[in-house]
Design a protein around this ligand. Sequence first.
Ligand code: IPM
Ligand code: MG
Length: 357
Amino acid sequence: MSQKILVLPGDGIGPEIVAEAVKVLQRLQADFGLQIELEYGLVGGSAYDQHGSPLPQDTLDKAKAADAILLGAVGAPQYEHLDIAVRPEKGLLGLRSELQLFANLRPAMLYPQLAAASSLKPEIVSGLDIMIVRELTGGIYFGQPRGVRILENGERQGFNTLIYSESEVERIGRVAFDIARKRGKRVCSVDKANVLECTELWREVMSKVAKDYPDVELSHMYVDNAAMQLVKAPKQFDVIVTTNMFGDILSDAAAMLTGSIGMLPSASLDANAKGMYEPIHGSAPDIAGQGIANPLATLLSVSMMLRYSLNHAAMADKIDQAVTAVLDQGLRTADIHSANTEKVSTAQMGDAVVAAL
Ligand code: IPM
Ligand code: MG
């Protein structure tokens, strides 16, 4: 039976990098027996332009019906003046929330071939392999009440709510512990329990969940210290589990350790491992349309899709190996290019991975 994949190219470099991912999927379909059906939809600014909404009903319906979703990126400067309710980012947040994709996996792995591209010394990052598990449908991103109100003295006041219920913390905790079991068996839960009651509860619930995983070691860290440790001694981490906003910030920092944010994939999963897959970088409007964006994060997101939602671990391995092979060949897009390597375009990189398959 063929599995349905909804492809959402989005804005900025989204369409360019997703085109390369589609090439890879089509190659797997043609030559390796992958049975899939590709469908397309609009999200973000491009959806707003055509339908006046960053998440049209048609896209949401298709997303609900699909087995997995591949997303490029959303957002562009021309939408920044819009009301926050219809900005491109709302399309992405709407998908996460409507599909209950609460578990966001963001692996930060250093390819030895790219050690020189990291801003940190090679000995600090070589062998780096961290999995950040970010809670994705709760916390301050979605908490109510929120908004901007006018005070009695006429001054405006902005407010958001950081809110987590025990069950939300517990389910993301279990995802993190389950993953740690298959890796280094260590979970570091990141919070701000010294200041925020909400994350004091987070810490308490994590400790409770840990009792069901005696084979996994749990530690707790305040987020400010975690930010420092990530750039000081990142290899101390195995799995990091944290809130929606802390995960947003720490995963960008972790990305840079690996040389380029253009290398990092992500999976956003619901309770049944249905998922949306996207590179963690944004739409990069400054380089959109030039054919220079790095498609590897998106190709690695396809690998995660095959592994986590479509049950094709062997094909996922194939993509991972093909990415390693092109890096070994010395092919580099501009973001990871250095002396003695060959600078290639987005499409050349995609073609090279397809050839290496
Ligand atoms: C991410 C992005 C999004 C987020 C934006 C585009 C809404 O930064 O996926 O990390 O903040 O979650
Ligand atoms: Mg982010």
